[in-house]
Ligand binder design. Structure first.
Ligand SMILES: Cc1cc2nc3c(=O)[nH]c(=O)nc-3n(C[C@H](O)[C@H](O)[C@H](O)COP(=O)(O)OP(=O)(O)OC[C@H]3O[C@@H](n4cnc5c(N)ncnc54)[C@H](O)[C@@H]3O)c2cc1C
Length: 435
């Protein structure tokens, strides 16, 4: 049995002896009972949900409000998740992980967001769970042994460096260069943007060009993936924090490299194969993001339904007005539909590892669709939650303004809604490529 499962069971046993609250009580932001239907989930997924919710219950909404307002890293939350082994949920058992799938990791990310931690809570650990996937699959034994256990234990945090100001969604046009030196090391020069948690990370999974665009046959060639040290005391590395709309507890950064030295041993897999390597994890990331969006959406809907029951205007609960109730009912159905799409995609992704009859393009369509649908459902839920609260929807104390600020992230990142629509138009409808 995996380490994590053992730890989960140990924890669950301890919780039971401590008069563990009923499952629904773990979701402080939800209504009287959990809104999401849990029918159809596996026992492992439900165990993950319950155990992660228990960790999250130690971090109330006020914790996330304060950290958002003060732009303060939720390091205690990251440490608590690491302490119980959750950062290794989808990493191999041989490296200290639990070897569970993306179906369980998605449930974990959903549960975090749903607890009231929102996107900030999810993003504080997201890259540790996701960006480590290509490393675990393509890294050398020495690389894995020296990094993965430290990431799982929480000693090192990870960030993911792909986006560039001059390339945007056209990732293949990225221009950060890693130039090989005579001793095998590399010098990195270029700029990344929007890099989450770079201020607190010890490592960055970096995508950079090792062969100039003009010298490759296809733009997807000549890119390489690295797991580099973020050594702020070394020359050639500068971080600038970006002031942002939501998820302010986690930092987002511009990262400038100017002949920054990285060791030969930081290259993941073969030089020039970085894009193929990174593609490996992209579908998984779509599922995790979809889960995060769902969690945020259910949290917002729970808040809205509670307020609609409790707030009396014109001598009756506002939820008695269909103008309030119907949009919330509609949001519920949107979230449930997106949930089915999300866990179907995650299950397809996991099964495709062993079932070779599942085509990778089918996995891609399912994962992209899930991310799109979950992001849109979350947006509807968060918008409705603010409107249901009237003026109080604007008050920090009620949390829904925080959720609303955060719910735009799954619509934009890691791939925008427009690019998913482009992808479906082209791959499913056979329409001409528009870009
Ligand atoms: C909070 C946050 C955290 C992030 N964290 C990270 C991180 O940790 N690491 C990282 O590498 N990146 C990160 N990102 C970056 C994110 O992945 C990008 O913002 C996203 O991929 C969009 O790229 P862009 O901002 O350059 O948009 P652009 O490429 O400039 O696009 C702008 C707009 O134009 C649209 N558009 C562009 N081309 C087309 C087209 N052909 N057809 C239709 N519409 C088009 C897009 O859909 C979008 O609406 C983060 C972003 C945010 C907001």
């Amino acid at each position: 049995m995996s380490q994590l499962t053992l730890r989960m069971i140990t924890r669950l046993t301890r919780l039971a002896s401590n008069h563990r609250p009923a499952r629904h009580q773990l979701f402080s932001t939800s209504a009287r009972r959990p809104l999401m239907s849990t029918t159809g989930f596996t026992e492992t997924q439900l165990t993950v949900r319950e155990a992660v919710a228990q960790v999250c219950s130690e971090f109330p909404n006020t914790y996330w409000q304060e950290h958002d307002q003060n732009e303060q890293d939720p390091k205690e939350f990251h440490a608590a998740m690491a302490k119980d082994g959750w950062l290794g949920i989808a990493l191999p058992e041989s490296l200290g992980g639990s070897g569970l799938g993306i179906s369980e990791a998605t449930m974990m990310m959903q549960t975090i967001a749903e607890s009231g931690a929102g996107m900030a809570g999810a993003q504080s650990i997201h890259a540790n769970v996701y960006a480590t996937q290509p490393l675990a699959k393509f890294g050398s034994t020495a690389q894995l042994e020296s990094t993965i256990p430290k990431i799982i234990s929480g000693q090192w945090r990870v960030c993911f460096g792909v986006t560039e100001p001059n390339a945007g969604l056209d990732t293949l046009r990225l221009s950060t260069r890693a130039t090989k030196q005579s001793d095998g090391s590399y010098k990195v020069t270029g700029q990344k943007i929007w890099i989450t948690c770079a201020q607190v990370a010890s490592k960055m999974i970096l995508l950079a060009r090792t062969t100039p665009l003009e010298e490759v046959r296809k733009p997807s060639e000549g890119l390489s993936l690295f797991c580099i040290d973020l050594d702020r005391s070394s020359p050639g590395l500068e971080l600038r924090r970006i002031k942002k709309m939501g998820g302010r507890a986690v930092d987002a950064n511009e990262v400038f490299f100017d002949n920054y030295s990285v060791g030969a041993d930081s290259l993941i897999g073969e030089e020039g194969q970085g894009f193929k390597i990174i593609l490996h994890g992209m579908n998984a990331e779509r599922c995790l993001l979809a889960g995060e969006a769902l969690g945020l959406g259910y949290a917002a809907l729970g808040k809205a339904a509670t307020y609609a029951r409790e707030r009396n205007v014109f001598k009756r609960p506002i939820g008695q007005n269909q103008g309030i109730a119907h949009p919330l009912a509609e949001v519920y159905m949107k979230l449930e539909a997106a949930k089915l799409a999300t866990y179907h995609a995650a299950q397809l992704y996991d099964s495709s590892k062993t079932d070779k009859t599942i085509r990778q393009d089918a996995v891609g369509v399912a994962c992209n669709s899930a991310k799109y649908l979950a992001a849109e459902a979350a947006f509807s839920a968060c918008e409705r939650a603010v409107l249901t609260h009237g003026g109080m929807g604007y008050a920090v104390e009620y949390d829904v303004e925080r959720y609303f600020r955060e719910c735009l992230v799954p619509r934009i990142a890691p791939v925008s809604r427009e690019m998913i629509l482009n992808y479906i138009s082209e791959k499913i409808l056979d329409l001409p490529r528009s870009y």
